[in-house]
Design a binder for this molecule. Sequence first.
Ligand code: SR1
Ligand code: MG
Length: 396
Amino acid sequence: MTLTVPTTYKALTESTAIALAKVVHPFDGDARLTCREIGDGNLNYVFQIEDPQTGKRLIIKQALPYAKVIGESWPLTLKRATIEANVLRKHGEFVPSLVPAVYATDEELAITVMEDLSHLEIAREGLVNGKNFPRLSQDIGEYLAETLFHTSDYGLHPFEKKGLAAEFSNPELCKITEDLVFTDPFFDVETNDYEPQLQPAVEAIWNDRKLQLEVAKLKKSFLTESEALLHGDLHTGSIFASQTETKVIDPEFGFYGPIGFDVGLFLANLMFQSITREDGDRQVIVDHIEKTWEVFASRFTELWKTESVESFKETEGYLEYVLEKVLTDAAGFAGCELIRRTIGLAHVKDLDSIEDTEKRIHFKKQALRAGQALILKRQQTASIGDVLQILEEAHT
Ligand code: SR1
Ligand code: MG
């Protein structure tokens, strides 16, 4: 059978993905490749190609011109495939062991050909099934410090930083976050999605003027603070993990934004676990939250001291100011993420997979309380211990 390689944009099929794999990556000429579409995210196709003789595998990820989670009525730019591949490459300069290798890209076909990571599992899946991934906080703390420091004005010449900020302008994907994280859950919008039992708690959020003002301030930070090249969607579904390895995937929402956003999103997604786990299993997650921050802050400090190009780097109190702002912002962004994943359009398995309705509603109310408290009290957090205290108080 002759396989045809597409040259203009067309959604790949399993057979065209195989044809493409043969062109872009060295498989044995006679290899009888197999292919499965394994994407379970909201936006893209993910094809896994394998040579069953040798066990060699690779991934072809293709952006669709619409959001798969909604359907063709929600058009989405194909440029996000290029953004994703280029964020992986840029972040890979600083943490090569923590991101997949990119082998090839094609802007026209909106594809990225990359390393297969199927020996690992999606961290959210494992966490929901009670696994702990001992390296998770160490690796993500380092990932955050290395990628965010090295792409910021603290680590780069201003011309280079502004060049990158222009290259990674990502207005359409940012708009999704502006709407789904920072706006819609705080108003009575059709796309919000929650159980009727949550109606009073949801209306309390919509009617809380103080909360609305604080969310508006956080949204302003997201819209205006071009601090570093963010992953942009660093939840536990964007991380592959095992007992010994961690890889961050899926940075299609990457753009120049406030450092606290990546930190806060990751912490919030650990918080779902601290909310839903039984007492005896919760501490390991609390430890991950604490350690992520500690590793991030100490690695960031080390990089600041050894590599910073900022003229004020030795000015007493400046590094502390920068880190305090990251923590405060992270607490607020985590609060928005907790709320939007509970009542907004895109949910998390940590909560939705709980079959017992009473339990599920109880945990969802807890997530909403924790989210509100983190947003409202974020200015009072001077340490990660203070953030954990707020989380603990929502735990009734
Ligand atoms: C329409 S996209 C919904 C969500 O999925 C992505 O992973 C982002 O988190 C986005 O908000
Ligand atoms: Mg994703």
